[in-house]
Write a protein that binds this ligand. Sequence first.
Ligand code: HEM
Length: 506
Amino acid sequence: MELSPYYHIIFATLAVLLSAFLFFLTLNSKSKRVNLPPGPPGWPVVGNLFQVAGSGKPFFEYVRELLPKYGPIFTLKMGSRTMVILSGADLVHEALIEKGTLFATRPAENPTRTIFSCDKFTVNASMYGPVWRSLRRNMVQNALSAAKLRTFKDVRVTAMDKLVERLKAEAAANDGAVWVLKNARFAVFRILLAMCFGVEMDENTIEKMDNMMKTVLITLDPRIDDYLPLLRPFFSKQRQKATEVREQQIATLVPFIEQRRSAVKNPGSDPTAAEFSYLDTLFDLTVEGRKYPPTNPEIVTLCSEFLNGGTDTTGTAVEWAIARFIENPSIQSKLYDEIKTTVGDRRVDEKDVENMPYLNAVVKELLRKHPPTYFSLTHSVTEPAKLAGYDIPTGTNVEIFLPAIAEDPKLWSNPKVFDPERFLTGGEDADITGVTGIKMMPFGVGRRICPGLAMATVHVNLMIARMVQEFEWSSYPNDRKVDFSEKLEFTVVMKNSLRAMITPRV
Ligand code: HEM
C-alpha cells in the first residue's frame, strides 16, 4: 500500500484540525476502550496513517521494520481502521485453526471494492456465512476438483508450448534475452481464461482481457479516503472513474459470458466450445438465502476473481524461481538432471512432477522464501474475540505477515538462505496447509485457505520444469548479479523486473 505524498500534503492540515475536534469528542468514551495489542503511538483520529504514508516505504517494509520492537502481535491505527498485525506462527494457529470459525470472516470493504465485488459477492470478499459457503463450495467442488482439473490438461500443454514459442521468438529478436514475469503471467492467464470461459482465445483477445484486469487492479489501489471516510466528498472524480472502469469491465466480459451461455443451452452449436468451464457452474448456481441465480454483473465479478486469484500469484512465483536458478546454477543443473533422468528426451508432463522430489523441494522452498503475497487476505472476527489475551473487536482488520513466519529462526535452520535441500537431506519439512502446525503459509491456512492451492501448485511445477527443460537460464547482461529487491504490485515482485538470457538445451 503506497499512498502518494500528494495526498499527504493536501490533507495533513485538514486532518489535524479534524483530529483535535474528534479527539475531544472521543475522550468521553475512553472508559469503553478495549485492550488492543500495543503498537506505535499515533495521532488522534488519523492514528498511524501518515507515519505509514510519509515513510515512503511499501507497507510490507514498514511492518517488517516494526517487528523487532513490537513483536508477533501489534496494532496499527489507520484512520478509521484498526489493523492487528500477526507475525508469529503460534498466534496464527490460535486464530485461524484453534479459533478458526471466529476469525474466518472479512472486514467491511471500501466503496470502490464494493462496486467491483458486487457488494461482496465473491469467495474472497464474502463474509463468513451462507453466500461464502455456496460460492466457495461451488469453486472447490464443481470447478477445481481433481477430476475437473484433469479435463484441462490439454489447455495446460498448449499454454506451455506457446510459452516456449514466445520465449524463443522474444530471445531471437533480443540477443537471447527475455522478460520472465510478463511471459509467465501470460501463460497462466491463458490457462485460466480457457478454464473460465470455455474457449481458447487468440493472443490479441488475451492481451485485451489482461489490460482490462490490470486497469481494474489499479482502480482498486487503496486511497486515503478509504481510511478517512470524512474525506470522501473530495474524491467524487475518482469514484466516477471507478464506476466507468466497472462499466468497461462488464462490457468486455459479458459477450464471452453470453457466448458460453448459448453454447451450453445449444450443445453442439459451437464446435470451438470446451467440454466444461467455470462459467457453466455459475449460470444456475443456487446461493443459500437467495431465490435467483447470479446476475451477469455478479458473474463478471466471479470470473474476475478466478482470473485475478491465479495470474499474478503464479507469475510472481515463476519470476523468483528463475532468479534463484540464475543465482545458483548448481540448483538449476540438479533440477535439469532430475528432469532428464525422469523423462528422457520427451517433453515433461504434469504427471512426471509426482516423481520429481527435487522439483517439489525447489517449489516448496520457493513458496517459503518468496510467498507471492506477503500478507494473507485480511481476516476479521465474527464476534468480539480474544487473541493472546488481547481484545479483537469486530471490524478489526487482522493482517498476517507471511515472511516473518517462513523466516522464523525458531522454526527453520538458516532461514534467509534459499536451499531446497532443507526439505531433502536437511530433514526439514512443513505442512503447507498448516493443519499439523504452521511453519509456512503461502496459501493461508484454515477455513479461508486458498481454494486454488492444488491447481496453482501444478501450474508452478509444470511451468518451472518445462522452462528448465527447454532452456538454460543465465543473467542478462551476463556479468550482472541478480538484484533480489522487492516491490509491491498486488503481489511482491522483483523491484527490477527480471530479464534473463536463455540458451536452448538442444
Ligand atoms: C501461487 C499461487 C497462489 C497463491 C500464492 C495464493 C495465495 C492465496 C492466499 C494467501 C489467500 C488468502 C487466504 C486467507 O484468507 O487466509 C488466497 C485466497 C484465495 N485464493 Fe489463492 N493463491 C494462489 C492461486 C490461486 C488460484 C489459481 C486461484 C483460483 C483460480 C485462487 C483463488 C483464491 C480465492 C478465491 C481465495 C479466497 C478464499 C476464501 O476467502 O475463502 N488462488 N490465495
